[in-house]
Design a protein around this ligand. Structure first.
Ligand code: F6P
Length: 489
């Protein structure tokens, strides 16, 4: 079946019936802020939020998330609710407030200095502090209370997102064993050797086994999880069924490769406005027959931005004909900046860019332009349409939705995707030009291959990738998870 918004909507109607449908995540879909025009909002740069938003718009329900925007409190009602999307409300956002101490310990500390580097194999050492763990537990309990309130004593489906809430499903089940709980882990699950350094590993594994269904992007991550369970806590691991039984209750462990709303992005990409904007962007770079490359990421050490710049440096060294003719735009917001490692990385990215530009710059040309900004989806799509190539060079990534967004934006079936073999997306998109971000020479050669690829070859590859992403869209992802939840009911 080819899933789309309407099919998912009808499917949800049939299975939800009298059930409450609740999504929980740390990052919220809309952040309100003060501006010259009063209170406005932005949508965050988050693969998770990108995937969940179209589902909530199609299905309705309540999305519980941390209220982290500076003006968030101004716009909610007495139940901390706000109807969203703001211009055409379809579901309820319930904001949960955290104190600075809670946010520091739970979000910056345990989730992003502990679990994030633990799960991504990028040679960045995780830090585990007892006080962060305490806050992590406390915030998981706080979100549990919010879930119980939003259920209003009715039967329900609760769909939890990500590594911020590894204890939540168990807490919910302790209070409401009847509720169907699923969780999707949006980042990789590490192998058991990597996981063993986590001092709270057993609690985390036990917490996750409160889920009826636990989803990862890849079968490989499911296998890592089963292995981790097998070697750490008392439970029956069934490799035939891909399940774990603990305290007599079975949790299904399943691979659900996440995706995007392909149709919506293709529609934006085909609009006159996007055509105009992307022509404008190209105009800025085509002055002297230049090629344009683009990379769009949060500034995060897992994304391989420095490795990308090093490959551009090597490419210009090896292939002098492209000097003065290739410009690479690096776009995307600063992220998690209260964490020292992110501050250092942010500085290092800038330093490396300046060094490379100083080395190669000509009178009116420099190879890398970086804008540390948050772009609207419309702008992202316009840049994708304007570019000759897009680079996704994550050192490790659960899936990477930027790769899929680039493909959806190329309604002209043109453009080349250079994709890290260490991003989950690489399993679904073999027609991309594969790169190992740490193999700098090979990476540089792939940039040249992309720029020299024939138009027929580009179209052939892009058409195949478009077919694949169109079929395996975000509604299919959600539909498959909900089908499993329905069976649990
Ligand atoms: O997709 C993984 C993820 O960690 C999401 O949970 C998160 O929203 C996104 O990346 C961006 O990170 P953050 O919300 O910490 O800015």
């Amino acid at each position: 079946m080819n899933w789309n918004k309407e099919i998912l909507k009808n499917f949800v109607k049939k299975i939800i019936l009298d059930h409450q449908f609740i999504v929980v995540s740390c990052r919220e879909p809309y952040l309100h802020a003060y501006s010259n025009q009063g209170v406005t909002y932005i949508t965050p740069a988050s693969g998770m939020a990108t995937a969940i938003m179209p589902i909530m718009t199609a299905c309705g329900g309540v999305w519980i998330a941390h209220g982290s925007g500076e003006a968030d409190r101004e716009v909610v009602d007495e139940l901390d609710h706000i109807a969203v999307p703001p211009e055409d409300p379809k579901y309820t956002l319930r904001r949960v407030w955290l104190s600075k101490e809670e946010e520091d310990g739970f979000y910056y500390g345990y989730a992003n200095e502990g679990l994030w580097p633990l799960s991504h194999i990028v040679y960045s050492r995780p830090t585990f502090r007892a006080k962060d763990w305490e806050m992590y537990r406390r915030v998981n309990e706080k979100f549990c209370e919010a879930v119980i309130q939003e259920l209003h004593g009715k039967p329900g489906f609760v769909f939890i997102q990500d590594y911020h809430f590894s204890l939540l499903s168990r807490l919910i089940k302790n209070k409401r064993p009847d509720v169907v709980v699923a969780q999707f882990w949006h980042i990789p699950w590490p192998n058991r050797e990597a996981f063993r350094v986590c001092p709270h590993g057993d609690d985390i594994l036990d917490g996750l086994l409160g889920n009826d269904i636990l989803g990862f992007h890849l079968r490989y991550h499911c296998l890592n999880f089963l292995e981790t369970i097998n070697h750490n806590i008392e439970a029956i691991v069934n490799y035939e069924r891909f399940s774990v039984t603990r305290y007599g209750r079975e949790s299904l462990i399943r691979a659900f490769p996440i995706s995007i709303d392909f149709a919506a992005i293709s529609e934006i990409a085909s609009s006159e406005e996007t055509e105009k904007r992307s022509a404008e962007i190209r105009g800025d770079f085509r002055v002297r027959d230049k090629w344009l490359g683009v990379g769009i990421d949060r500034i995060d050490y897992t994304k391989g931005i420095i490795e990308r710049f090093a490959a551009i440096d090597c490419f210009l060294e090896k292939y002098p004909a492209f000097r003065g003719k290739f410009v690479f735009m690096q776009l995307g917001p600063i992220s998690r900046i209260r964490i020292p490692k992110y501050r250092e990385y942010n500085d290092a990215v800038y330093r490396v860019m300046v060094e490379i530009n100083d080395k190669w710059k000509l009178k009116d040309w420099q190879p890398i332009i970086m804008k540390k900004i948050h772009l609207s989806l419309g702008e992202v799509v316009a840049y994708f349409r304007a570019a000759d190539l897009c680079i996704v060079s994550s050192i490790h990534d659960g899936m990477n939705l930027v790769a899929k967004e680039f493909i959806a934006a190329r309604v002209d079936h043109d453009g080349v995707l250079l994709l890290s073999q260490f991003a989950g997306a690489a399993r679904e998109l073999p027609e991309a030009l594969m790169i190992n971000p740490l193999a700098v020479d090979q990476f540089a050669d792939q940039i040249r291959n992309a720029l020299e690829m024939s138009p027929e070859e580009k179209t052939r590859r892009m058409s195949k990738m478009r077919n694949s992403v169109e079929r395996n869209n975000v509604f299919r992802w959600a539909g498959h998870i909900l089908k499993e939840m329905k069976k649990e009911r």
